[in-house]
Design a protein around this ligand. Structure first.
Ligand code: NAP
Length: 286
């Protein structure tokens, strides 16, 4: 059914021109018959964030996604924050209901749905997270929600890893360590899953990978890299060669997008269209 109702959406960030969200959402809106729905890049400098949020409210945008560097700073300009976004301390989706702006973080839904799709059960698992930035917070919260047994954050900066672990101590058994330490290497030996949340290996630096010894992982441990460009990072290629099962970041990206689309429209998108559009643009970007 074709809808003639006008609704506006966008992605707010700085810089934001590289984001593929406009192409992906527009393709999904078209497939659903939302012919008058628009989705644009909203490039906004940090100093203008408040005015931009008020502008979007005034223009009656139905919703917008939020990316670096505004995911945390935007919280103070919103009227309500969903509980996942509150724990993570970051918002990636804002929905406007008659002038009331609510912030959500759909990365948690994305990561848990991606693990479920890969038949990995986080309940009771021993997990290693590489990196202690924004994405690590969402991954950590997802694993805590599913009651992972023991979560170790390994990073180049152990102070940041420990600080992140401390924020989540009341939700589970979480520890932050230097990824070069003997304690970290020992914990790798009992991991059921290793999740890379650093940008090491991301396009164009495709020859990089986190400086860890994958051979320490037990047989069958899932090596998960949330990077989606390239589809197979050096970390995943190495893991595959060593015989470990692997998962890349494409499903998380698509599934967090699916959840944002649901929050925006109340409907689920055509995932085949979203996947095909993402594939097409990633291939042309590679
Ligand atoms: P972020 O907040 O900047 O955090 C990056 C983390 O990686 C920090 O702990 C940082 O350490 C570490 N790091 C960065 N460069 C490093 C290097 N050269 N050596 C060692 N550690 C390094 O970034 P983010 O938002 O968490 O995003 C991280 C990655 O996740 C990106 O590749 C992004 O594309 C991906 N991501 C994917 C999805 C998806 O849907 N698949 C969603 C979100 C993010 P320091 O603190 O010491 O700098």
């Amino acid at each position: 059914m074709v809808s003639l109702e006008i609704k506006n959406f966008g992605i707010l960030g700085y810089p934001v021109g590289h984001s593929l969200s406009p192409q992906i959402y527009k393709a999904a809106f078209k497939a659903a018959g939302f012919t008058n729905y628009s989705y644009i890049h909203l490039q906004v400098h940090s100093a203008k964030l408040y005015f931009a949020v008020e502008g979007l409210r005034g223009l009656d945008f139905r919703g917008f996604n939020v990316t670096i560097p505004h995911k945390t700073n935007i919280l103070k300009y919103l009227d309500a924050i969903d509980s996942d976004a509150m724990v993570i301390g970051a918002v990636n989706t804002v929905v406007n209901d008659g002038g009331m702006l609510t912030g959500y973080n759909t990365d948690v839904v994305g990561i848990l749905a991606a693990l479920a799709e890969a038949d990995f059960l986080p309940e009771g698992c021993n997990a290693i997270i590489l990196g202690a930035g924004g994405a690590a917070r969402a991954v950590l919260w997802g694993l805590c929600k599913k009651r992972a047994e023991c979560i170790t954050i390994g990073a180049r900066n152990p102070i940041k890893a420990q600080a992140l672990a401390n924020d989540f101590l009341s939700y589970g058994h979480v520890e932050g360590l230097d990824w070069n330490s003997d304690d970290f290497k020992e914990l790798m030996q009992s991991a059921d899953i290793l999740i890379n949340t650093t940008p090491l290996g991301m396009f164009p630096n495709v020859d990089d990978m986190p400086p860890i010894d994958l051979k320490l992982l037990p047989e069958g441990a899932l090596v998960y890299d949330i990077i989606y460009n390239p589809a197979e990072t050096k970390l995943l290629k190495t893991a595959k060669e060593l015989g470990y099962p692997t998962l890349n970041g494409l499903s998380m990206l698509l599934l967090q997008g699916q959840e944002s689309y649901r929050l925006f429209t109340g409907q689920l998108p055509n995932m085949k269209v979203m996947t095909k559009t993402l594939d097409k643009f990633l291939k042309s970007n590679a």
